[in-house]
Design a protein around this ligand. Structure first.
Ligand SMILES: Cc1ncc(COP(=O)(O)O)c(C=O)c1O
Length: 344
């Protein structure tokens, strides 16, 4: 199968499995797992912040960070297509007790005017705003990047209004690799953030919450509350260390493959694809309304190719470790053949 549904389908490399086998372990409850400690130190350094905390998933990293940044009943501004809003079972309200305040954007970047308008003045009737969230790269917008300059502008608005700025940086290394800059160019504009090891970086499990010491200490207690405190978590962290050392630079291959696929299929009748949105490892496009998206995906599957429907006729392909150039070419050809038969 050519599995292009997500970069979460990647499996650990041989080197990761080997590192796991030989990882030095301890009880992380007592902060005695040397491999976890090493990974957390590396993560904090890579992001230019004080400290970091390993948690099992990106969803838990986001929930923990929301709870560590806000008090119950407060308001959180987030993007209308963000992962937190769409795909995290509403934990922001049911578990964190926060009011999500979504803003619609076209590529994941807030227009300053929209952001300013969403920050309402203190008023006895309004919930107090506490936090602005950004997602970088932006999943549902097709892996688009919020540039450091755009983040700076958002950060100035958040500071001016005494709000914190949090970044869901599940794929921040895709953003930094695509722009060929250090991740700290992004993180210096946010108060705290998380990134995932278990997406394009090939780890089986794990995300890191990164921020200042006090914030990470608070997150540590919330992680315990949410059942995310692990014991010999060096088993996970060992792969994470390899990921940070060896798997970041190769993301550019995924980006190149995504561009090749996008350029190939953007010319096919029945596909509406804005090449400007193909900035990292995702190719998201709109299918002609005459095509049934389920049937389209089914026909691809019959040819050994898997992709995902994001909403009606919005289709996503994601390139990742293990996907070769020839497979991308096969995919482009298959899409062309299927659509030439479907669209008269
Ligand atoms: C932008 C973003 N944030 C958070 C998550 C959640 O990560 P996890 O699946 O590890 O919970 C994802 C997952 O795909 C994501 O794309």
């Amino acid at each position: 199968m050519i599995d292009l549904r997500s970069d979460t389908v990647t499996v650990p490399t041989e080197e990761m499995l080997e590192a796991t086998r030989h990882a030095r372990l301890g009880d992380d409850y007592y902060r005695e797992d040397p491999t976890v400690n090493q990974l957390q130190k590396m993560a904090a350094e890579r992001m230019g912040k004080d400290d970091a905390l390993l948690v099992p998933s990106g969803t838990q990293a986001n929930l923990t960070s929301l709870m560590a940044n806000c008090n119950r009943g407060e308001l959180v501004i987030l993007e209308g297509e963000s992962h937190i809003y769409w795909y995290e079972v509403g934990g922001i309200s049911s578990l964190a007790g926060l009011l999500p305040w979504p803003i619609r954007t076209s590529t994941g970047v807030y227009a300053s005017e929209d952001l300013k308008e969403a920050i309402r003045p203190k008023n006895i009737s309004f919930p107090d705003p506490a936090l602005i969230c950004v997602e970088n790269t932006h999943n549902r917008h097709g892996g688009t990047i919020i540039t450091p300059n755009q983040l700076k502008e958002i950060s100035e608005i958040s500071k001016h209004n005494n709000l914190k700025l949090y970044m869901d940086g599940a794929r921040i290394f895709n953003a930094s690799t695509a722009l060929n800059i250090d991740p700290r160019e992004f993180t210096k504009h946010v108060d705290n953030m998380m990134f995932c090891l278990s997406k394009g970086l090939c780890c089986p499990v794990g995300s890191l919450i990164v921020g200042e010491q006090k914030f990470v200490e608070k997150a540590r207690k919330i992680r315990k509350l949410l059942g995310g405190q692990m014991r010999q978590a060096g088993i996970i962290a060992a792969s994470g260390i390899i990921a940070l050392e060896k798997m970041v630079d190769r993301l550019k291959d995924d980006h190149e493959n995504a561009k090749i696929l996008a350029e190939k299929i953007s010319k096919i009748p029945g596909i509406k694809l804005d090449l400007a949105t193909v900035q990292t490892n995702m190719v998201t496009f709109q299918l002609d309304p005459r095509v049934d998206d389920c049937a389209f995906l089914e026909q691809l599957k019959e040819r050994g190719i898997l992709a995902l429907s994001m909403s009606r006729n919005k289709i996503r392909f994601v390139t990742h470790h293990g996907i070769e150039r020839t497979q991308v070419e096969t995919t482009g050809k298959a899409i062309g053949e299927i659509l030439s038969k479907t669209i008269p």
